[in-house]
Design a protein around this ligand. Structure first.
Ligand code: DGL
Length: 299
């Protein structure tokens, strides 16, 4: 039976939509989720070099602590870093996330597909190649939905601002006949109900999370890494490079985790990420920041 955990990372809360699919598909596995909130957003603020730099720091942290597989639960980081991470850490399989264009091409009846993704994803080589591969069969319309990840990260999933951004993006797509919409950013999964209300019940909405979970299952079995019997209840450890208390609240809100969710803070020190772990479990609400001690998390 394989020990070790599955590492999952994103720049913020978006990857929690992928984590949710993984937890459902693989209840016996342990997960470590890292949110690089100190460098949020990757999609607009960071160039490819910076995204690669921070993704590499997180991957190294996870590999050194015993990750048996790493899921890059961010489209922007997948586009900027996945190939290089695979080369740098060949001992660990990586699974990335990519806009579900292939299923969209198979699902559309009108031949018009709308893709909602961040600027970093839309301008990446990976996406350009993907479109080139399928664009001869269908018409692909893309929109970066400026400001949407920021609102989702702030906890707004259906306010007037979110509806305005989505309406501005999808109305021209609907006018041109789009019947299938691809969620090309892991944050956008959390506004799927709001999007659904705008595009109507007949439209097809495609999220990459279920496909990522299926691929992770496959890789775990193919490489003999699956945990076949639970020895003790598996769970998820959370880390953020931002504010742990805020992130704990975001996890509770978006995943409905119970109140005991605790989040460790990752700090960048001497060219690598280190976890600051609290010396003992104390409720998040009363954790004084002075209770954080800088030390590496044991493998
Ligand atoms: N969740 C990230 C993705 O899937 C994007 C967030 C950001 O804008 O950096 O691309």
């Amino acid at each position: 039976m394989h020990e070790g955990f599955i590492g999952v990372f994103d720049v913020g809360v978006g990857g929690l939509s992928v984590l949710r699919a993984l937890q459902q598909a693989l209840p016996m596995e342990a997960f470590w989720y890292v949110a690089d909130q100190a460098h949020f957003p990757y999609g607009r603020e960071q160039d490819e070099k910076a995204i690669l730099h921070w993704s590499d720091g997180i991957a190294r942290f996870l590999v050194e602590r015993g990750a048996k597989l790493i899921v890059v639960a961010c489209h922007a980081a997948t586009a900027a870093a996945l190939q290089r991470l695979r080369m740098r850490y060949p001992q660990v399989p990586f699974v990335g996330v990519e806009p579900a264009l292939k299923p969209a091409v198979m699902a559309t009846r009108s031949g018009v597909i709308g893709v909602l993704a961040t600027e970093a994803t839309l301008r990446s080589q990976r996406y350009v190649h993907l479109v080139r591969r399928y664009a001869s069969y269908v018409k692909i319309l893309s929109d970066p939905c400026p400001g949407l990840v920021e609102r989702i990260e702030a906890g707004d999933l259906d306010g007037p601002g979110v509806r305005r951004i989505l309406r501005r993006a999808v109305e021209p797509m609907l006018e041109q006949g789009a019947d299938t919409f691809v969620l090309g950013c892991t944050h956008y999964s959390f506004v799927e109900p709001t999007l659904r209300a705008l595009v109507g019940p007949e439209a097809i909405l495609l999220d990459s999370a279920p496909e990522v979970a299926r691929r992770v299952q496959e890789v775990l079995f193919e490489t003999g890494r699956a945990r076949l019997l639970p020895r003790f209840p598996q769970g998820t450890r959370y880390f953020t490079t931002g504010d742990p208390r805020r992130f704990a609240q975001q996890v509770v809100r978006l995943l409905g985790e119970d109140q005991s969710v605790s989040v460790h803070r990752l700090v960048w020190q001497e060219g690598r990420f280190l976890a600051r772990v609290r010396p003992r479990e104390i409720p998040m609400a009363v954790t004084p920041s002075s209770a954080w001690q800088a030390m590496a998390v044991p493998a």
